[in-house]
Design a binder for this molecule. Sequence first.
Ligand code: OAD
Length: 239
Amino acid sequence: MKEPIRVGAEDRVFVLTGAGVSAESGLKTFRDQGGLWEGHRVEDVATPEAWGADAARVWRFYSERRRGAGQAEPNAAHQALAELEEGIGDRFFLCTQNVDDLHERAGSRRLVHMHGELFVSRCAEDCGRAPFADHGLYETEEAIGRCSCGGRIRPHIVWFGEMPLEMERIQREIERSTVMLVVGTSGAVYPAANFVRWAGPGVRKYYIGPEEPMNARAFTRLVLGNAGDVLPGLVEIRD
Ligand code: OAD
């Protein structure tokens, strides 16, 4: 029997999720792929240099990921987090490193995607046009959409060497949280791996996943197990 995590009327909950929260939806984690990312070297598909060298190859990779994520369904872990938000309202905040939309599809609303979103595109020339929803699949150079400024459109994804999104808001939310739940992330990629250290000493910090993350020592408690098994019923709201 797992000991519940109690959340009272004064608590504010900050949640960080990683690839592990979508694993039970059938989306592979990065670490499970032996240094390759769905058969590709990361530098060939997820860097500004890769985009400069072969934009069509980059779009084929993200088109494939759009297909995969489009077919996946939210699992019990996504649902448990959406229910927690339903229970405590604006005392809940979710930051995900994932680019899939499974949290939204489970019902989460107060969330940011710090590494971007798979189903959003933007102008590669940063002409000022806001990022926009896009479910398109682009396989060739000619097929790649054009912005009204003439620039090519690119995935709204944070590539290696680019800055994560919404960091000020994330930092503010961490600072006012009293409970931190970190789910399914290896604790190897920064700055997300440091969030648990940015939280104050009085904050209760829990890690949920099948194995210890690299930053395990920074947590109050590790709840080891698959997120879809462990998260439902783990948090007890006491208002
Ligand atoms: P990783 O692939 O590095 O780690 C996945 C974590 O999920 C591991 O710690 C697993 O133990 C855990 N895991 C596996 N199955 C699980 C399950 N059923 N329930 C809970 N946890 C499970 O993925 P991330 O830590 O998310 O960045 O990777 C962080 C970032 O590195 C990604 O956002 C991506 C990547 O490079 C960018 O794309 C910028």
